[in-house]
Structures are given as C-alpha cells and as structure tokens.
Design a protein around this ligand. Structure first.
Ligand SMILES: [Zn+2]
Length: 386
C-alpha cells in the first residue's frame, strides 16, 4: 500500500468548500484539545476521554443553534479529526511526539475524509476526475495513474493550490514495456541535477533557477521587516503583511516548479528504463556539511529517489541502491583504477589508462556496473492504513 498525491483543479466555489472543511477540522481539533486539557485530572484512559469528548460534540455541541453550520459540512471530517487527535495523543504517550497543540489558521489548511470502512472504498479510475466520499466529484490537474482502491483522502492547501492524497491498495500494477532493459546508473549532482550512464542529462529548468535567485533577493531586501508579535502587542505593518504574503507565494512557486521537474523527470526515467541503479545518498551526512547543505536540501535528491521508488510500483521498474561507500566517482570505469578526485574537479582523467571523461558520467557508468554485493533492492515506503 502506498500514497499518491495529486493536484486538484477547483473553481472558486469548490475552493471555498475545501477551506470551510479545513476550518471545521481545525475547530474540532481545538475543541477536543481544549476539553481534554480541562479534563486532565479525571482519572480515565485517554482514549475513553476522547470518546467521551466526541460524544459531547455529537450530541450536544452540534445541536446548539450557533453551531448549526457544522451540520452543513461533511460529518466524516470531524470523525477523522477526533481520530487524528487520538493518534496524536497516543504518539505523545509512547514518547514519539509532543503533546498536541492548538491548530492555527496560519499553520495551513488540511482535512481528511474517509469512506466509512473498506467495504465502502472508492474505486478510482484512471481519469482526471476523483470522487471523494461525502464531498463529491472533483477535477484533477493530473490523472490518476491506474485503477485502484482508496479509503482515506486528505485534502490540503499549499499557497493557492489544493492537493488530494490517498493511500491505495495496489496488488497488481499494469506492466509497462521499457525501451531499455540494461541497468542504468544515475549520478546526482549540484551542478548537473542527474547524469545517466547512457549520457542523458537532466538539469533544473532555467525558470526555477531564476525564481530561486529572485526569492533570495527578496528575502535579503526585506530582512528587517517584522511581522508583529501578538504577545508584545505589536501589530504587523501593512507592508510586512504584504511582504510575507508575497514570500509565501514565491516559496510555493519554487516548490511547485521543483515538484513539476522532479515528477516529469522521474516519470520519464521510470518509463524508459526497466532497471535503475542509484547512489545511496547519505543525505543527513551531507547536510552536516554547511556549504553543501544549502544546495542539497533544495536540490530534491531525497525527493527524486523517493519518487523513483514509489514509481517503481507503477511502472514495474527495478530500483537498486548502490552502497554509500562504493567509490563511484573515484574509480575509472574503463580500467578500474581508483584515484582521489577533489569535488571541484569536473573531469576524470585516469592516470592509468589516460581516459578523459566527464566526472558525473564516469560515476553514472560505475553505478550501472556496480558489483552485485554492493547493491540493495529498494521497496517503496509503505503507508499503512489502520
Ligand atoms: Zn583507467
């Protein structure tokens, strides 16, 4: 089972509907947390307490005239919200998370609805329309990749775009024919995003680079703006508000462009090559290096690999990870000589057989030829649905 996230194409009316449901989810969560906090000293188990709070909400609160608006919205939203609250509490009691905090509007919009049980799961057809339990049918920007079943749907907003994600039960994914069967190695880099062992190169599109520069300029110019402080009673200035709004928009723009690029690239690779070999990135280790950190964290290496992994299900590709210590960039792919290679050196010049080759291409070829004992087959991350 794994999750798919797709962008929704909503009209104004539908956007309002989603925003209202997000507000409803926030309201229920905060309501539950507030009552829970007030009932701290009552000595009953936390799940029983949450169940009691939910009963109060269903039988009392929803009937009050000032809360009539809750009855115009999907009841699955509050059911799921109470369940989320319960999950947050049990994570806390297991020492896996912090105690739940109140949700604020600025934390973003999201809510979850589900079909009452697996027997009522929604059958999703490969089309650009999606049926969401209790909410209706909505249009999608990108089509559902194949026929599947889903029970739980989460709708969320990032800047002004709305997304839907759902875990699917996929036993069998339609097989696809790949034009290339031999293993292909992929080297990821800061200067060239991905270099493939057959010489194909993927670079970040220019608009993305431009948007990133614009963003950092914007941040530098406005580095002294203050968005107020409620505790100190300082109000945010009109200009600061304007700036933060545009900043959020710009962030979303960069994030969207990166996402589009990664989606397109990983789909293309997964469709073309049947067998992919990729470096096992020590992402946390690389992030500890401050100079590399900034460029790597927004390069999307991690996301790239994650997408290749989950698309391996969709496209029937085999994705293998090559051991982190395998010297893919320091080895000559022709004669096997290993020699040191500083990071700034863009060309690999073998001192043994005098091979002269692009550094990334050499590394990619080495990855494609990696010995069996250095390989590990990866499985897409499994999202379990309780
Ligand atoms: Zn050589």
């Amino acid at each position: 089972m794994y999750a798919i996230k797709l962008e929704l194409k909503l009209n104004n009316c539908e956007q309002t509907l989603m925003a209202r449901h997000s507000g409803y989810a926030r309201f229920c969560y905060n309501y539950a947390l507030n009552l829970y906090k007030n009932a701290m000293d009552i000595k009953i188990g936390s799940s029983k307490k949450v169940a009691a709070i939910e009963r109060v909400f269903t039988n009392h609160v929803k009937k009050l005239p000032e809360y009539q608006w809750t009855n115009t919205l999907s009841s699955r939203v509050y059911k799921m919200t109470f369940r989320h609250f319960q999950e947050a509490l049990s994570r806390y009691f297991k020492g896996l998370g912090k105690f739940p905090t109140f949700k604020r509007k600025k934390d973003g919009d999201s809510f979850t609805v589900d079909a009452a049980d697996w027997n009522h799961s929604i059958l999703l057809e490969p089309s650009k329309r999606i049926k969401v339990p209790t909410l209706g049918t909505f249009r999608l920007k990108e089509a559902i990749p194949f026929k599947c079943m889903a029970q739980t749907f989460t709708i969320s907003r990032s800047a002004n775009k709305w997304y839907i994600s759902f875990a699917i039960k996929a036993e069998k994914v339609p097989p696809l024919l790949h034009s290339i069967a031999e293993p292909v190695g992929i080297d990821l880099g800061v200067s060239t995003f991905a270099t493939l062992s057959d010489g194909t190169v993927y670079s970040y599109p220019k608009p993305l680079k431009k948007a990133k520069t614009k963003l950092s300029k914007l941040q530098w110019k406005n580095r002294k703006k203050q968005l107020g402080n409620r505790r100190l009673g300082i109000k945010a200035s009109k200009n600061a508000q304007k700036y933060y709004r545009s900043l959020a928009k710009n962030y979303a723009k960069v994030a969207n462009q990166r996402r589009d690029f990664l989606q397109k690239t990983t789909t293309e690779i997964s469709k073309k090559y049947a067998h992919i070999r990729i470096e096992d990135l020590n992402v946390s280790g690389m992030l500890a290096n401050h100079k590399l950190a900034a460029s790597i964290s927004d390069c999307g290496f991690y996301e790239f690999r994650r997408q290749l992994e989950y698309k391996s299900f969709m496209h029937g590709t085999k994705v293998e990870v090559v051991d982190r210590w395998y010297p893919s960039s320091k080895t000559c792919h022709q004669c096997g000589n290993i020699q040191p290679l500083p990071l700034k050196e863009r060309v690999f010049n073998c001192q043994c057989c005098e091979l002269l080759i692009n550094r990334d291409l050499n590394a990619a070829i080495n990855l494609s030829q990696a010995p069996f004992e250095k390989l590990r087959l990866v499985r897409p991350e499994v999202t379990s649905v309780e």
